[in-house]
Design a binder for this molecule. Sequence first.
Ligand code: HPA
Length: 234
Amino acid sequence: MTIHIGAQKGDIAPTVLMPGDPYRAKWAAETFLDNPKCINEVRGMLGFTGTWQGHPVTIQGSGMGMPSLSIYANELISEYDVQTLIRIGSCGGMQDKVGIRDVVLAMTASTLSTPSRGIFKELNFAPCADYALLAAAHQAATDKQVPVHVGGIYSSDVFYDERPDLNEQMMRHGILGVEMEAAELYNLAARHGRRALAVLTVSDHLITHEALPAEDREKSFGDMVEIALTAAFA
Ligand code: HPA
């Protein structure tokens, strides 16, 4: 057990999928895993372990934002020796070519700041995905005929942004989408020698102002879970 995760050591698999929303963790575990068992309820941040095609997998909520994700990813890495961490979440589209429902695979994650800033200080460390996971996820999305984009994303600290000029600069520099967690996940994976990837579904769009209708969210989220699972065990 850790401060924020109530699971025993053997209850968490070496491969963990991390949606922001704990109820998405429950839905994904009950939909895609065999014999899912709830392994964490501390603070309602639900986690489940089961198997997918015979492979043990844990799906653990991360909460929203890098400070929250950092707590769970740190404990999963340091206490439960997790080797592969895949964020499954949503992002706001930032390019015309990136449509609602499309999948974005985050090759890099730019930020203003992360919880790792205390270490990096003036250095602009470049958080990046594990290439093997990225390539396998791209193959899985292509095989499923899900529209997929690979490139840089922006991990913001704020959802209600009082500095829209930063979004504009990100768009100008080809960034595909904005979310709030991937950069710190990549920082932690780099620091501890683990594999990480963020697989994101475009849920809203900063240019067109479209948003994914509620009834479509489940299907798009399901595609993303299957892409992440296929990539993890490719
Ligand atoms: N901004 C930040 N995070 C997000 C967004 C957004 O527009 N959409 C989904 N996650």
